[in-house]
Design a protein around this ligand. Structure first.
Ligand SMILES: Cc1cc2nc3c(=O)[nH]c(=O)nc-3n(C[C@H](O)[C@H](O)[C@H](O)COP(=O)(O)OP(=O)(O)OC[C@H]3O[C@@H](n4cnc5c(N)ncnc54)[C@H](O)[C@@H]3O)c2cc1C
Length: 391
């Protein structure tokens, strides 16, 4: 029997995209609006960038607004992990390293700013790194910083956690439902066309990650977004019982994150050219796999006993000023954007979902979050991609 709930096709709010941002928005909106919300996902929950992410949550960023969002997100995940099943926060700290003289000052400046807003971060001389971990080679290191509160989460788990709670409160999740066309009826209601259905809604919230530019083209406008490729790989087990914090070697574009079973996830391999989300090389490049194991060996000598068993690449989405676009689009009434999260989407997702819900429900105004105003660029011009996870 087909239930009436399954037949419903009119909603107040539709979310396009079931990545970490779309799922967080669904979760936060569901607290008040439950059955008024539908989420359409072209494949499956977390099948885009979110499921490919390393899941690192770091307070060691370059600007206050993002750090506050990370703080809030970490607190939220911590509380959920204490109260609910199915989500785990691994708080093992992150060690940031620089290897040139020029990078010491920016690193110190960031540490001072992070401390001034209450983060437990400290600058370290190279020799102090030994106190955090003796496993890391420091011969070429010129400066370091350490934050014990930096942590990681399984990004798939996080998406599913949001989605399950939202679904329990009445949000409808339509997976394998690619939005192929968006039209506006005379009464202003949007019609979202998928291969199987047409869904109507008064407000559309675009959370389509690297595909967002393609989605807004259906409404005939461009966004200043550039998806770019970044890569990661995982090793065979080799750490045994030895524990290390996460490590981000800024000068050599390498990050390492301990995984279960004594393996290490190593990544970066970030490109500075735009990629097409429907046609990019999903396999890691041979160059990346070779260089990442060499970099890892130099920084973590114990990895000489490790092999890389699996690698992948995914897309992050850049904006001209490295800040996301969050808010109502001025040219299309009822259209809300939550896009452009660079390489920092997972670590800010819980707080971003709440911010979107606050804006939509009128608890905050765009003036409160002017930095993320999606209408701040007068026209869409070419820009250089600057990756997210840097100094
Ligand atoms: C290798 C790698 C490592 C990373 N590591 C980290 C990290 O450690 N920490 C961190 O914070 N961030 C990290 N990131 C970045 C992070 O993954 C992104 O910022 C984040 O996932 C963006 O989430 P999103 O929901 O905006 O996009 P996505 O997860 O891509 O979600 C968008 C969804 O929209 C769907 N969609 C697209 N078009 C349509 C359509 N027409 N109709 C319906 N659905 C549609 C897609 O299928 C997709 O599921 C990493 C990224 C990569 C690639």
């Amino acid at each position: 029997m087909v239930s009436l709930v399954q037949l419903k096709n009119k909603y107040s709010f539709s979310i396009i995209g079931g990545g970490v941002i779309g799922c967080s928005v669904a979760y936060h909106l569901s607290k008040e609006l439950g059955e008024e919300v539908v989420l359409l996902e072209k494949d499956f929950i977390a099948s885009g960038s979110s499921g490919l992410s390393a899941g690192i949550l770091s307070h060691q960023l370059w600007n206050e607004i993002d750090i506050e969002l990370v703080k809030k997100s970490v607190e939220w995940i911590k509380k959920e992990s204490e109260e609910e099943e199915g989500i785990v926060l691994n708080q093992d700290g992150l060690l940031k390293l620089v290897c040139t003289e020029e990078e010491i000052e920016p690193l110190k400046r960031n540490v001072n700013m992070q401390q001034s807003i209450g983060c437990d971060v400290r600058f370290l001389e190279p020799n102090d790194v030994e106190d955090i971990t003796p496993e890391i080679a420091i011969k070429d290191v010129t400066g370091a910083a350490y934050c014990p509160d930096d942590s990681y989460v399984d990004p798939y788990q996080l998406c599913v956690h949001f989605a399950k709670a939202a679904e329990e409160r009445g949000v409808r999740f339509l997976q394998r439902s690619e939005v192929k066309g968006i039209e506006r009826k005379e009464d202003g209601v949007f019609q979202l066309r998928t291969a199987r259905d047409t869904v109507e809604s008064e407000t559309v919230i675009i959370c389509a990650g690297p595909w967002s530019k393609k989605v807004t083209k259906m409404l005939e406008f461009e966004l200043p977004l550039k998806p770019y490729r970044t890569q990661a790989a995982i090793t065979t087990p080799f750490m045994g019982e030895v524990k290390i914090p996460m490590v981000h070697d800024v000068s050599n574009s390498l990050y390492m994150k301990p995984e279960t079973g004594g393996t290490i996830l190593a990544g970066d391999g970030t490109e500075s050219t735009e990629s097409d989300p429907d046609n990019f090389k999903e396999k890691p490049g041979f160059d990346f796999m070779t260089s990442i194991s060499e970099k890892m060996l130099r920084r973590l000598p114990r990895s000489e006993n490790a092999r890389l068993v699996r690698g992948w690449s995914g897309l992050c989405t850049a904006t001209p000023d490295r800040r996301p676009l969050i808010g109502f689009h001025s040219g299309t009434e009822g259209l809300f954007l939550a896009v452009g999260f660079n390489a920092l989407g997972v670590m800010r997702a819980p707080a971003i979902g709440e911010m979107v819900s606050d804006l939509i429900c009128g608890r905050r105004t765009q003036d409160d979050i002017a930095e993320f105003d999606p209408n701040r660029f007068e026209k869409v011009e070419d820009f250089e991609i600057t990756q997210g996870f840097t100094l």
